[in-house]
Structures are given as structure tokens and as C-alpha cells.
Design a protein around this ligand. Structure first.
Ligand code: 4AD
Ligand code: MG
Length: 474
């Protein structure tokens, strides 16, 4: 018999029929006459209650079926529930143990109830990170991973509905898109016996690709090539950064969404990014209500209100120069840890201040060209580029993007100034020689978006198996 998902059983109006449910036991309680087993199959945050008459079942079977973490299959009648808190339940006719679970050694065994508010005790997130192989079975990670799925689907829907084409850009590259130089090397050379060239350096001609290659930090440059033929494209893929940032906002492997649009200027770019973020937050509110409610009740009672507040009003738009003026004036009254100044990068504390000051998301544009990537379009002032960073409450930078330099001479000069090897980018430069056009794009960090949407405070808790410095377990 085909089993039915818990989410379907709980929504079904068709009662008094035989059903089979398969899932993992969350908890069990009972008395001499009856045993209540709460089963979750991951399809929803909610459990279905299985009611087993102790007369009908062998005592040891019921004990095994009631062990937290055990995997069971139950067939029985779906009936209206007598108890409060659930609409329907299953009167067990047969119970099969698919996988026993020893309650003594099961790491996710619940440790009782919080005596004050009677909420079940949630296991510490740090502890669950060590048990990432089992954490999809917890309410928290069930919720986070379902939301992650819905957001991914929502992103594809947003772009598809607007005529964008999904482009698969390479993961192995020979260029450094961001010019940051913090890349993971890809090689098949024998590290214990490296081939040498005449100058005594490593002979990469003998490597798999005949040259130095790395894992990509961004699909943007290839995305631009395609936008200059297809018009509107977006990428959604893994990106890799070997920066040693052990923070709650950085991963060494993260997923990025990078749309690239021919004929868009920086204002069109900002409009699209703002529309997309609002769409995605609304998408979460519409499609993940149960899971968001759980996270709101368990971790952060302002989560849903914060999500609603973002969709409701326009994002503040401000130039870097004006933002720095505000920060300098504030610093004079109440010093930041890092002194703000024109030409310096905005620190996390500065970004947080701006978001608080304006009471919501802020788009900062026209950054000094010296602190931004070579490909950003230069403004006529000669000092700034048409960059845009979107700063979000709690998160800081959630999006980085720009209008792209479409003028060959200006772009070429920037490549030279920054000492980027031209031979690694000849193809990118060539697009500016053959039918160049104004175009723009941005990159949304998928896990940063998920931090905002779920209210989780550590980026390691919004990706199934995080990769961070000194950590590649699972
Ligand atoms: O600002 P970034 O470095 O921009 C780019 O990579 C551009 N090529 C994007 C573009 O214009 N197409 O990164 C974009 C976003 C950041 O705003 C942040 O949300 C996220 O990617 N991000 C990270 N997320 C998690 N861990 C990291 N180490 C991240 N680095 C950047
Ligand atoms: Mg950035």
C-alpha cells in the first residue's frame, strides 16, 4: 500500500478510510490502555498522532514503536481527533518497525520540558551542527530546509515569470571574477612531486587543464557574456571563497543568484533587486506559514513582523558619499569601533547603523572605485563607480551589484591598473569590442537571504552541510 504524507493526512477532509503513514517517532506517551505516538515524516512541521490500543499490540512492539527517533510504518483508520491540537489521527491496526532507535544513545533524544513555559526544550544549535547528519529530523532543520526549498523554487519562478533564462556557468574557472584572489585551487598535479618549469616555478602546463584553475567565486563574468546575446539571464549556483572569515555570515561554499540584464542601467538594476527581494519575502510568508510560525515562536518572536515590514515600504536609496557623511557625523557624537571615512569600506557596524537609522533596507550606490571590482561602470566624476550594495536588517550586505563598464578603453585601463592578467580575461574584454551595450547585474547570497527569512543567526544553520574554515565534515 502506498503511504500518504502527513501534510496530506492532516489536511484531508476524507475521514474514516484506511491509510498508511511512514515516518520517524518524535515522542510517545500513554497509559495502561492506550499509547499515543507522534510521527513526523518531514512533509510538514506538524506530527500526526497514532493511537494504539495496548490490548491489540505486543508490549515490546509498542515499546520499540514509541522510541523517539524510531522509523515506523503504521496502517489504520484516519479519524477525527478527540484531543485538542490536531484535526485527525490514526487508529493503528498494524505497526511495523522499519528502523529501531535506541533512546539511550540517540543524540536527538529530547531532554524533557522547560519547567516554566512548558515549551519542549530545543537542542542547542551548536550541538546540532556536530550532528548535521541527523539534524534534518529536528523541527528546526525541517523548517529551515523546507523554507530553503521554497525560496529556491520562488527564485526560479520570479525570473522565469519575467522572461529571464537560467544559465549554468562553469564551476571550474581560470579567472578570478572578483579580483579578490581568495580561491580554491583545482589541480590533478601530484602535490608531493610537482613538475617544475625552467624558471623553477610550478609547471601548470602539465596540470589537467594545461593552466592554473580554481573553483569559481562568481558566475557573473560568464553571465555577462550570455546576457549580451540572450538579453536577460540569471545564474543560481554554488560559489567558493577561501577567505578565512570565521563569522556567522560567511561560508566557504555558498549559493549565489546572479541576474544579468542587457540594457539595464543602475536604476533599473536597483528596481529589479528591490522587487525581487520583496517578492521572495512575500513568497516565504505565503508558502512557509507553518514553518515561519514555528521559528517565530521558538527563536525570535519578531521574525514574522520583520518580514512583513520589508515588503511594505520602499527601500532607502542613498549614495556612498551621503552615507559616509551620516556615519562621520554620528561618529563625532558616539564613536564606532572603526572610524568611518570617505574611501574606506563600510564596516558591519556602519551597515547596521544605516539600516537602523533608516528603519529598513538601504541601497547604497556610487562607491569609490578604489574599493570595488574592476568591472563596475565608472561615473563621470572619475572617483566613483555605479556599484550598489543592499543592506538588510540583521544581515548587513545581502546583495552586491553594479552597472557594468561597457566601454572597452575604460575597462581595459582598469584591468591594467589592477594588475589583472589580461590573458585570463581576453574573452570578457572582447565583448566590449563587438556590439557592447549598457548592462547591469547583481549577486544575491542565497544563505544571507535565508538568514533573514528564517531569523537564524548563524549562516551554518541555513545550509544542510556547511563548509567553513577547518570544517568540511559530512
Ligand atoms: O558582493 P559579492 O562579492 O559580489 C559578487 O560576487 C558579484 N560578482 C555579484 C554580481 O554582481 N553578479 O557577493 C554577492 C553576495 C554578497 O552580497 C553576499 O550576500 C554573498 O554574495 N556573499 C556571501 N555569502 C556567504 N558567504 C560568503 N563568504 C559570501 N561572500 C559573499
Ligand atoms: Mg560585496
Amino acid at each position: 500500500m502506498i503511504h500518504t504524507k502527513v501534510t496530506e493526512l492532516l489536511q484531508s477532509a476524507e475521514l474514516d478510510r484506511e491509510v498508511t503513514v511512514k515516518g520517524w517517532v518524535r515522542s510517545a506517551r500513554g497509559n495502561k490502555y492506550v499509547q499515543f505516538i507522534h510521527v513526523n515524516d518531514g512533509s510538514t512541521i506538524r506530527n500526526i498522532q497514532v493511537v494504539a490500543d495496548t490490548n491489540k499490540f505486543d508490549e515490546t512492539l509498542l515499546k520499540r514503536a514509541g522510541a523517539t527517533g524510531a522509523c515506523i510504518s503504521v496502517t489504520g483508520l484516519l479519524v477525527a481527533s478527540q484531543g485538542k491540537g490536531q484535526s485527525s489521527e490514526i487508529q493503528a491496526a498494524s505497526i511495523e518497525i522499519l528502523g529501531d532507535c535506541d533512546a539511550e544513545t540517540y543524540p536527538l533524544q529530547k531532554r524533557g520540558q522547560d519547567s516554566k513555559d512548558k515549551k519542549p526544550v530545543t537542542l542547542p544549535l551548536e550541538f546540532l551542527r556536530e550532528k548535521a547528519h541527523l539534524r534534518p529530523r529536528t523541527n528546526t532543520f525541517g523548517a529551515v530546509l523546507r523554507i530553503r526549498h521554497h525560496m529556491s523554487f520562488g527564485i526560479h519562478r520570479f525570473f522565469n515569470d519575467r522572461g529571464f533564462f537560467n544559465l549554468h556557468t562553469p564551476i571550474i574557472t581560470g579567472s578570478d571574477a572578483e579580483g579578490a584572489g581568495e580561491m580554491f585551487r583545482v589541480t590533478t598535479l601530484d602535490l608531493h612531486n610537482l613538475p617544475k618549469n625552467e624558471a623553477g616555478g610550478i609547471n601548470f602546463e602539465q596540470d589537467f587543464f594545461g593552466k592554473e584553475t580554481n573553483l569559481t567565486v562568481s558566475g557573473q563574468l560568464e553571465g555577462e557574456l550570455a546576457a549580451l546575446g540572450l538579453g536577460l539571464i540569471y545564474t543560481f549556483g554554488p560559489t567558493f571563497r577561501a577567505e578565512n572569515s570565521n563569522t556567522p555570515r560567511h561560508l566557504a561554499e555558498f549559493w549565489m543568484i546572479e541576474p544579468e540584464m542587457a540594457f539595464y542601467d543602475i536604476n533599473d538594476n536597483m528596481n529589479l533587486a528591490e522587487e525581487m527581494l520583496k517578492y521572495l519575502v512575500q513568497y516565504a510568508l505565503d508558502h512557509c506559514a507553518d514553518d515561519l510560525q514555528f521559528l517565530n515562536d521558538t527563536y525570535d518572536d519578531k521574525l514574522i513582523a520583520r518580514l512583513q515590514s520589508v515588503v511594505g515600504k520602499p527601500f532607502t536609496r542613498i549614495t556612498y558619499t551621503d552615507a559616509v557623511d551620516i556615519l562621520i557625523a554620528t561618529h563625532a557624537q558616539k564613536p564606532f569601533e572603526f572610524e568611518p571615512g570617505w574611501g574606506k569600506d563600510l564596516q558591519k557596524e556602519h551597515e547596521n547603523y544605516l539600516v537602523e537609522h533608516f528603519g529598513g533596507p538601504v541601497i547604497v550606490i556610487n562607491y569609490p572605485k578604489a574599493i570595488k571590482a574592476f568591472y563596475m561602470k565608472q561615473n563621470p566624476d572619475g572617483n566613483t563607480v555605479r556599484a550598489m550594495d543592499i543592506l538588510f536588517p540583521w544581515i548587513g550586505e545581502i546583495i552586491g551589484g553594479s552597472q557594468r563598464e561597457d566601454n572597452y578603453e575604460l575597462l581595459h585601463a582598469r584591468v591594467k591598473e589592477q594588475g589583472i592578467p589580461e590573458e585570463s580575461l581576453w574573452w570578457y574584454l572582447e565583448t566590449r569590442q563587438f556590439g557592447s551595450c549598457p548592462h547591469s547585474g547583481f549577486g544575491l547570497g542565497f544563505e544571507r537571504l535565508l538568514l533573514f527569512v528564517t531569523g537564524m543567526t548563524n549562516i551554518r544553520d541555513v545550509i544542510p552541510f556547511p563548509r567553513t574554515p577547518k570544517n568540511a565534515e559530512f
